[in-house]
Design a protein around this ligand. Sequence first.
Ligand code: TXA
Ligand code: MG
Length: 343
Amino acid sequence: MPTPILQTDTGPLMHKAVEEATRLLKAGEVVALPTETVYGLAADALNPEAVAKVFEAKERPSFDPLIVHLPNKKALDQVAEVPADIQPVVQKIIEQMWPGPLTIVLPKKPCVPDIVTAGLPSVAVRVSKNAVFRRVAEALGRPIAAPSANRFGSISPTSAGAVAAELDDRIPLIVDGGACLCGIESTIIKIEPGSPKPIITILRPGPITPDDLKVYGKVKHASRTVVDEATEAPGQLASHYAPRTPLRLLSKPEDFIPEPGKRYALMSYRGDVEDGYTGLTEWVHVQILSPGKGKLPEAAVRFFYVLRELDGLGVDEIIAEPMFEHGMGIAMMDKLRRAAVKH
Ligand code: TXA
Ligand code: MG
């Protein structure tokens, strides 16, 4: 049986979808919900049996912890113990950044089951800005554990259709909230005391950029090398976000020499001939992330969609143009490097 998809584009449809999603979550089931970043596969975070179903549907290894989504900022105290020495900076950050695509790793309270945090003493928390998600979270009145609604290691879904392609038959409901606003997963940070400023370490780059964070403290990057799997965000394996088709990230156009008989597709940043990539070979297909001038937030919105489209073509290799490594380009380049790692 294909998974039912409930629409939310009118008031009554939204009401029905929120009600049904909340009913299933209360019953210990999993539901795919839209967030502003990517679609999440949600379960009641305080119900270990429900959370186990998330791992099962995704075929996710148990060492990879989940993000806990709170109904509102005030609920932080229910799941996390904010250390006194970072209390002021945490307060300031959540005041200004929540709801939004920023996840903070903090010491966990005992009520958070080990299955959620993969046995870690910390929990990753955020408040989603998506209207549908927030309504469900408020109606449930409990924290929601939700990883991206894709099979483990695969491309994150940014539409209800993409969730269906990943998890159809495996889950009882998908709520369709349209395309995701950001298109890439939340930025994950941890915060430590420091003098003169607190230290903010980016464990996973995302829509909230180092520039956005530098007003709150000294911004550091966790391991930027994709070969290092022992990062502090344990799910950040080198081979994450992988399309099934091999992917190669170029540094410059001259690095690409097509092999005879092979079929290639191009993931282009702005599709401009002057960049030197679109004319390199007879591409089977070219997908442009941000046509025209090239805007990183626009590219981010289309990023996983384009990757999924290219992956569906059955070509021998996907060739990706590099992007500027600032702003949201940091997260996309990080993901492309991970996708390019051979399994
Ligand atoms: O935007 C997002 O964050 C989306 C939406 C659905 O909210 N969720 C998401 O979840 O990307 P997921 O499961 O694909 O990534 C969660 C990652 C883990 O793989 C791990 O890297 C990090 O969050 N994480 C979770 N708990 C952690 C912890 N206690 N310490 C460090 N990293 C943690
Ligand atoms: Mg994921």
